[in-house]
Design a protein around this ligand. Structure first.
Ligand code: SF4
Length: 903
């Protein structure tokens, strides 16, 4: 295994979160941590990092790490075993089940956070040697509709453009993408283009997100109507003379059929407005902007992909770019923003059940080619089960062995309660993980294998623009953690495939992957990195970030695809696709009158197993919530700051209510990050319908019929502790990491005496308390070595104590007598005035401080930055700063109006 010299200077690596793929400089600190900075030379970010990337240094702790292989023993408990025993056991059990029930009875479920080399080895083992294509990945939930759309249109899963197009475009159209929160560094790049070159921005989303705050035009369309909007646009382009006939004639087919279907869906501006719920002037304005701007990039993300009509939506967008020839040209292209750091690497490898390998499909010539390359006579010959189908097959008992690598499907799959229940039926359930415990591990795992985490892993990842970057280790792996490619390879050897899995290093795996991409390729396939197949170990280690394709002799010469045609269908033409008439799969009705949209928040990632370790990142939106339009709040009797139960046909959650005009009437929004490990009743994946797109198999995560009703709690409160606590089972709670420990924000209806005895059971002997049971207030704290060990504040909503002030005291190493006396008052005091909920995660600047600065005259985000530093590092909070300025200006105008009326 690689040993890292922790005395060395910064290691150039990549961020493990989103598909922007930012370069990171990590400097180990000799205590197992590292200082983190953006890599100024990485072309994805040029030194910038967002709030998540900036806080990576806070996520390297070992507290939750899985350090040794473990197997469930006959008593039902998990016991530590030697690696050789764990690997023998996994191989033996897989072999037994395959022999008894055939290769279709086993499956791998992978992750867009695996490195390309991990993906390659897992895909090769399952498809090439076990002989099943039941290899799918959480990327199915992220961008598989884009893969299907690309393949239908281009004949291959090719991203035509690159990030430089964001600098060169005159019009940036963001569809179903909250880039300000989910791809912040690219969003800042777009804003720079806007500021420096005057590029305009159109944001298309049912929800008015922070991304819309900077838009020249915001189109808050009805959910599921993107296909209608882009069909209307295609008609407008045809009718207004904006088509590129030469491009259509020379390089495409199917235009007339697609246009006829578009006319049937949305044949005019009026029909488009009717179908999408937009105003005619807004539709006309967008169509005019698109038609009149040759340099246009349409960026799309989960709002397009996570839909039972996602592939059609992708193709409706691509149709407009093909029709105008605006593809693969500087500043002109469709561009999919991938959610995960290495979703693209997984696609390159073929780590999806409907791909074979290296952008080859399950066609007889491709199967034969890969069979010969891998020397794999048992290669799978047809597609496997996609994620949702795979878990349904597990539930039916058809798949009997599952190996999950680096992902948490018991939280993230739609209908997640059913997915979690299905895991209990497995005969063999293996998980490779960094953490000892999460919802998936706790769903009855039989074998736990400790995988290396970010910081310890070495290999490559590919970002949204096809740029391959090295992820380099800068920490030594703790315990017996191993690379995923090594773990899978060792099992493969024990299954009898030693010759095919004799990889000595990660560079060895990469060279084979690169060689396969070029094998009998000769320009027939888009994915070709053959020039890298002979890299020495040292050259691999020093590999600079590179865009593919990279054919022999032309490394770096091609940045984009398709400006001059050259598609990957047999006739080299792109296909216009006539989409189905758009219709959501499920109707709302009296019992489920709303639609639930799910998504992400700015400072968290997936199920928070990594980002949840950072105190900084936990402060922005610490509790699971549901966003509701004010009219719906009134209609359903819920109020801002209260609680509500959200119910669908699949599950229910209890969430804090955030009433917001950002939300459309009839829609709810809830973020997906909380799990059973981090909150009592907020597994939002359990609410989502498992409907899937017919082409991509991607589930509909954004339009599940739902109901909402108020849920009352008499008491609110919070606890802070140096160690994790188990709260009473009757409480609603959410856990958040804070400086020095953990905090639990909770609500409850049980009596205060119960909380008093609970606290006494978990707190130390140096104990102080304040109780006013008649007034519904109880506060207590225990101390050790002058600092707070545990504290608890419970009270009615108006008197539950100031969390921000108590957090500040909790973070201190020693409290003065005054501070100790003041603690149980829970109120602000000298030097500890509450800054309010954190807005700027980088500098810990709270909303109250920002509002004070605005009230004192700061009128721009730059002026706030000059005073408080907020927004001056990663820029992720700038949209929120602008919102607060706008709110203050509206409030000021209202006050002036009132004053005028009064006078
Ligand atoms: S934008 Fe943020 S989360 Fe995404 S790769 Fe860059 S630093 Fe990481």
């Amino acid at each position: 295994m690689t040993t890292v010299d922790s005395s060395s200077s910064a290691t150039r690596t990549t961020c493990p979160y989103c598909g922007v793929g930012c370069g990171v400089l990590a400097t180990p600190d000799r205590n197992g941590g590292a200082a983190i900075a953006g890599d100024p030379e990485h072309p994805a970010n040029f030194g910038r990092l967002c709030s998540k990337g900036s806080a990576l240094g806070e996520t390297l702790g070992l507290e939750d790490r899985l350090l040794y292989p473990m197997i469930r023993c006959s008593k039902g408990t998990m016991e530590r075993v030697a690696w050789s025993d764990a690997l023998d056991h996994v191989a033996h059990r897989f072999a037994h089940i395959v022999k008894r029930d055939g290769p279709g009875a086993v499956a791998f479920y992978l992750s867009g956070q695996l490195l390309t080399e991990d993906y390659y080895v897992a895909n090769k083992l399952m498809k090439g040697f076990i002989g099943s294509a039941n290899v799918d990945t959480n990327s199915r939930l992220c961008m598989s509709s884009t893969v299907a759309g690309h393949r239908r249109a281009f004949g291959a899963d090719t991203v035509p453009g690159c990030y430089e197009d964001l600098d060169a475009a005159d019009l940036l159209v963001l569809v179903g993408s909250n880039a300000a929160w989910c791809h912040p560094v690219l969003f800042q790049r777009m804003l720079a283009n806007k500021a420096e070159r005057g590029a305009r921005m159109v944001v298309i989303d049912p929800r008015r997100t922070d991304t819309a705050g900077d838009a020249d035009l915001f189109l808050g369309l009805k959910p599921g109507t993107d296909t209608a909007l882009f069909s209307g646009l295609l008609v407008h382009l045809a009718d207004s003379g904006a088509l590129d006939h030469a491009y259509i004639d020379s390089h495409t087919s199917g235009f007339e059929e697609a246009l006829a279907r578009a006319r049937a869906i949305a044949g005019s501006i009026g029909a488009t407005a009717l179908a999408t719920g937009l105003s005619e002037p807004d539709v006309a304005n967008f169509f005019r902007m698109f038609a009149n701007t040759p340099r246009v990039v349409t960026l799309f993300s989960q709002g397009v992909n996570q839909s039972a009509q996602g592939t059609d939506k992708v193709n409706a967008i691509i149709n407009c770019h093909l029709a105008t020839g605006r593809i693969g040209k500087p500043g002109a292209s469709p561009l999919s923003l991938t959610g995960q750091p290495n979703a693209m690497g997984g696609r390159e490898v073929g780590g999806l059940a409907n791909q074979l390998a290296a952008h080859m499909a399950f066609t007889p010539p491709d199967i034969d080619r890969v069979r010969r390359f891998w020397k794999a006579p048992r290669i799978a010959t047809h597609e496997g089960l996609k994620a949702v189908e795979m878990f349904e097959a597990i539930g039916r008992g058809e798949i009997k062995a599952l190996w999950v690598m680096g992902t948490n499907p018991a939280v993230s799959l739609p209908d997640a309660d059913a997915a979690r229940a299905s895991l209990k039926k497995l005969e063999l359930f293996v998980v490779s993980e960094n953490v000892r415990s999460n919802d998936t591990v706790n769903a009855g795992v039989h074998v736990l294998l400790p995988a290396q985490a970010w910081g310890e892993k070495s290999g490559t990842v590919t970002n949204s623009e096809r740029r391959i970057s090295r992820q380099r280790a800068f920490l030594n792996p703790p315990g017996e953690a191993r690379p995923d490619w090594w773990i899978v390879g060792e099992v493969a050897k024990r299954l009898g495939f030693a010759a095919a899995f004799d990889f000595a290093s990660v560079a060895d795996v990469f060279r084979e992957h690169a060689a396969l991409s070029a094998f009998e390729n000769n320009g027939a396939r888009d994915f070709d990195i053959g020039v890298l197949q002979s890299l020495s170990d040292r050259a691999f280690d020093e590999l600079e970030p590179v865009l593919w394709p990279m054919r022999l002799g032309d490394i770096g010469s091609q940045q984009r695809f398709f400006a001059e045609g050259g598609f990957f269908a047999n006739d080299q033409r792109a296909r216009f696709i006539a989409p189905d008439i758009p219709a959501l799969r499920s109707e709302t009705h009296a019992g489920r009158p709303l639609r639930l949209n799910t998504g992400r928040v700015r400072d968290q990632w997936h199920t928070m197993t990594r980002s949840g370790l950072s105190p900084r990142l936990g402060q922005h939106l610490p509790e699971p919530f549901v966003e509701v339009h004010p009219d719906d709040a009134l209609r359903f009797g819920v109020f801002d700051g209260g609680f509500a139960r959200v119910v669908t046909d699949y599950g229910q959650c209890t969430l804090r209510v955030a009433v917001s005009e950002r939300q459309q009437r009839g829609m709810l929004f809830a973020p997906i990050h909380w799990s059973e490990a981090s909150a009592s009743a907020a597994r939002v994946g359990a609410l989502a319908a498992p409907f899937t797109d017919p082409f991509s198999g991607q589930p509909e995560s954004k339009a599940t019929p739902a109901s909402i009703a108020p849920y009352e709690y008499v008491f609110r409160g919070f606890a802070l502790s140096r160690v994790r606590l188990e709260l009473p089972s009757h409480a609603w709670w959410a856990r958040v990491t804070v400086a020095g420990g953990y905090s639990y924000l909770f609500a409850d209806n049980a009596d205060l005496a119960g909380w008093q005895s609970w606290l006494r059971s978990v707190a130390g002997p140096d104990f102080a308390e304040y109780k006013d049971f008649g007034g519904g207030v109880f506060r207590a704290a225990s101390f050790a070595q002058g600092r707070i060990e545990t504290c608890l504040f419970v009270g009615p909503a108006r008197d539950a104590g100031d969390w921000n002030v108590v957090k500040s005291l909790f973070a201190m190493d020693a409290l003065s007598d005054d501070q100790r006396r003041m603690l149980l008052s829970g109120k602000s005091t000298n030097g500890l005035a509450s800054a309010g909920p954190i807005v700027c995660a980088c500098f810990g600047v709270g909303r109250t401080s920002i509002c004070d600065a605005i009230a004192a005259g700061a009128g721009t985000s730059a002026e706030i930055g000059a005073q408080l530093k907020a927004g001056t590092n990663c820029g992720s909070c700038i949209p929120e700063l602008k919102q607060l300025i706008a709110q203050a200006s509206v409030a000021g105008a209202d006050q002036r109006q009132l004053a005028r009326v009064a006078s």
